[in-house]
Design a protein around this ligand. Structure first.
Ligand SMILES: NC(=O)c1ccc[n+]([C@@H]2O[C@H](COP(=O)([O-])OP(=O)(O)OC[C@H]3O[C@@H](n4cnc5c(N)ncnc54)[C@H](O)[C@@H]3O)[C@@H](O)[C@H]2O)c1
Ligand SMILES: O=C(O)[C@H](O)COP(=O)(O)O
Length: 524
């Protein structure tokens, strides 16, 4: 007999596979109501309200699986779950349509002032001239983030006769063509759009993406919409641009802090809000509940699950053998993803030496997870990385070589983008660590760790000095530095590791130095 705790409001109909199973007892109660018996549950089903913290996981000593009836797992400490050997699953596409429809409802309500007009009429007013709106027909809609929800929003916009502009640095040409969009740069989107809607995950890169600098590039009178995650539009900057009249209005379903309490944005008449309702439809709730219920049932019956977002249970023996390569591969994927900020079509991996004899599927998945992590909304790991890569049209493959070029083991990675191809080769040296020995056509030797700065330049005297001076002037300490070149006087590279992350303004300064061709900061 398995016991399942359902601690948030989840569609009863969707839970049917569990409620009807003979060997399963379902308890629908808040965590606080079952505090005394938390250690008796095998599975926990939640939405976004229950905070699945390390503390809660520690108390649920018998827990095997957490099911999130929705997309975002921000409320689940996935690392802690992995640590406790608890599998976490979600329902990545069950609420896509509902969220796209909600976004469109918000867009329409925003430009026609429907919430404000509604309140006015309910207050017994009849003020038609106060609520003159704009048509959507012929207007330019900018969509930032073109994944599941962004692409559904585009379809609806076209039906309204809108001109759609898409910015998504990770969108492949093939997928864009299939959907019938022509992606543009962020600056182009900002300058042309009458309405901008964001549909990215909340990551280091997207936090504050629409902040003071980018909002200043938008058209005067622009409307902004956020039905993704609070923080993608910088809330303080939004308030300032609303105050100045540059932004004509905003529609927000999500906030940095939820509930937002007495938030300054709520004081603006031209800001319309909903309490995180994107996925709140009967259909979406049935979809996500059914998906997680079926997956949890499969898992408890010992069958493999398809929507897991954390580590599978590897046997201790296999894990010990692959662990070093597993870590090296993840770092290589992370480095390559940050070097190639463009759509990627193919990833080719070659294993040589001792690593070629191991269970490389897991190592490849680890590499893919490292590569995809900065690019996707849902948590990506070894379990779901291959599926996500396929979904995004990225072909990947493994090769095995007997020629390890003098290394006991090596992993070579080649990433094919639309504009460039990037190669990187790494090796793991027992008792020494991970080393990158080939980077972008240059022989080099550095540890893929911490705050890295890559500079490609002409091989001339004084280049190192100029870089050192700019970093020194900004109080950035260099921890290590490796150099490499193809031929004297030709192209050369420096790979520096720094004591702190680098500001974009310093990257810009370095890029302006004569004979420096490429500057990339890479966080591992
Ligand atoms: N309001 C709600 O109730 C609700 C419901 C479901 C999902 N969401 C949120 O909506 C968002 C999108 O969900 P999805 O299912 O479409 O995710 P998805 O992973 O399918 O799509 C996200 C897209 O963002 C792109 N992206 C990543 N980094 C980017 C960047 N720096 N700039 C531009 N684009 C970038 C990715 O390439 C990807 O195509 C997520 O934040 C999710 O949490 C909200
Ligand atoms: O990530 C999601 O799926 C959405 O934000 C919906 O969250 P909810 O289940 O709390 O409505």
């Amino acid at each position: 007999m398995f016991r399942i705790l359902v601690s948030d409001s989840i569609s009863e109909e969707g839970l049917a596979p569990l409620l009807n199973a003979e060997h399963i007892e379902v308890v629908q109660k808040k965590v606080a109501e079952v505090e005394e018996s938390l250690d008796q549950f095998d599975a926990l089903l939640v939405r976004s309200a229950t905070k699945v913290t390390e503390e809660l996981l520690a108390k649920m000593k018998n827990l095997k699986i957490v099911g999130r009836a929705g997309v975002g797992v921000d409320n689940i400490d996935v690392d802690a779950a992995t640590k406790y050997g608890v599998v976490v699953i979600n329902a990545p596409n069950g609420n896509t349509i509902s969220t796209a429809e909600h976004t469109f409802a918000m867009i329409a309500a925003l430009v026609r002032h429907i919430p404000q007009a509604h309140v006015s009429v309910k207050s017994r007013e009849w003020n038609r001239s106060a609520f003159v709106g704009s048509e959507l027909y012929g207007k330019h809609l900018g969509i930032i983030g073109f994944g599941r929800i962004g692409s559904e929003v585009a379809k609806r916009a076209r039906a309204f006769g809108m001109k759609v502009h898409v910015y998504d640095p990770f969108l492949t040409k093939a997928r864009a063509e299939k959907i019938g969009v022509e992606p543009c740069t962020l600056d182009e989107l900002l300058s042309v759009s009458d309405i901008i809607t964001v549909h990215t995950p909340l990551t280091k890169e997207t936090k504050g993406l629409l902040g003071p600098k980018n909002l200043a590039k938008t058209k005067k009178g622009v409307y902004l919409v956020n039905c993704a995650r609070g923080g993608i539009i910088d809330e303080q900057a939004l308030a300032e641009f609303l105050k100045s009249g540059h932004v004509a209005g905003a529609a927000l379903d999500v906030f940095e802090q939820e509930p937002p309490g007495d938030h300054p944005l709520l004081a603006f008449d031209n800001v319309i809000v909903t309490p995180h309702l994107g996925a709140s439809t009967i259909e979406a709730q049935l979809n996500v509940a059914t998906q997680v219920a079926e997956e949890v049932l499969k898992f408890l019956e010992g069958k493999p699950v398809t929507s897991s977002i954390n580590l599978p249970t590897l046997s201790k023996e296999v894990y010990e053998k692959i662990q070093s390569f597993y870590n090296l591969a993840k770092k290589m994927g992370t480095v390559a993803s940050q070097y190639m900020v463009e759509p990627v079509q193919e990833i080719a991996i070659t294993y040589s030496g001792t690593v070629a004899d191991l269970e490389t599927t897991f190592i490849t998945r680890s590499l893919l997870a490292g590569f995809l992590k900065p690019r996707v909304a849902s948590t990506v790991n070894e379990v779901n990385a291959a599926m996500i890569a396929k979904e995004r049209g990225i072909i990947f493959g493994e090769k095995f070589s007997t020629n390890s070029e003098g290394y006991a083991n090596s992993i070579s990675l080649t990433v094919y983008g639309e504009k460039q191809t990037f190669t990187i080769k790494g090796t793991h040296i027992p008792n020494y660590g991970d080393r990158i020995v080939h980077f972008n056509g240059f022989a080099i030797d550095f540890a893929p760790e911490g705050h890295l700065l890559y500079i490609q330049h002409q091989d001339k005297p004084g280049m190192i000095g100029q870089v050192g001076k700019i970093l020194g002037d900004h109080q950035v300490n260099i921890a290590t530095m490796q150099v490499g070149r193809q031929a004297a006087g030709g192209k050369a590279i420096m790979m520096l590791s720094l004591d702190k992350p680098l500001d974009d303004s310093i990257v810009e300064k370095l890029s302006e130095v004569a004979d420096i061709e490429v500057v990339k900061k890479i966080e591992v």
